[in-house]
Write a new protein. Structure first.
Length: 196
């Protein structure tokens, strides 16, 4: 993340996203596929690390192997196979976008970090190793079970997350960079999907 000064001297936190160039690797139509969509590829990959079916798929669009393939339905861009899409073609400063990514994985965490529990209580009055414990989790002999969805310790992060209504503050067309107000899911260098 970084920050930028806007009109009026206000400093806002922003995230820089490299949004292209993306290559059209497949054009889906209502007649052949039953729906309309554009499949875009991004990020250079080595041929030796790409499967043979994908190599053949990239050859159809006369493209080098790519890291990421994503399909966008209802895309109103009139593009054909092998065309390149840049950030300035799709986005305009002031647009609101949704960013989809995989959040940072934090491993197995207890209830205090995972759900914000306060712990059982004080360290006195006979308590021993109870400061960050979850406390009671179930009912009595009826229903004699723990209900599904009970907040307990477990895997935290590493989930697909969509952050909505982020404003595009600035676009750098020469390097296909867009500056989005606020934070986006995922670690540095990870792939995200930007939906308009």
């Amino acid at each position: 993340m970084t920050s930028i000064y806007v009109d009026g001297g206000k400093n806002i936190a922003c995230t820089i996203i490299e949004a292209g160039p993306c290559v059209v690797t497949q054009v889906r139509s209502e007649e052949t596929d039953g729906y309309e969509a554009l499949q875009l590829a991004y990020g250079e990959a080595k041929a030796k690390n790409t499967s043979k079916p994908l190599l053949g798929h990239f050859e159809k669009s006369s493209t080098t192997p790519k890291h990421k393939l994503v399909e966008f339905r209802g895309c109103n861009l009139e593009k054909s196979l092998g065309d390149t899409i840049t950030a300035e073609e799709v986005f305009v400063e002031g647009d609101k976008v949704n960013v989809v990514g995989v959040s940072k994985g934090k491993g197995f965490q207890g209830v205090v970090k995972r759900h914000g529990f306060g712990g059982v209580g004080q360290a006195t009055h006979g308590q021993h190793n109870r400061l960050r414990a979850p406390g009671s989790i179930g009912a009595c002999s009826y229903p004699a079970k723990v209900f599904k969805g009970m907040k307990m310790a477990g895997q935290t992060g590493n989930k697909r997350i969509k952050t909505m209504n982020l404003k595009i503050v600035k676009i750098f067309p020469e390097r296909n960079l867009i500056l989005v107000k606020g934070a986006i899911p995922g670690s540095k260098g990870s792939f995200v999907i930007i939906e308009k």
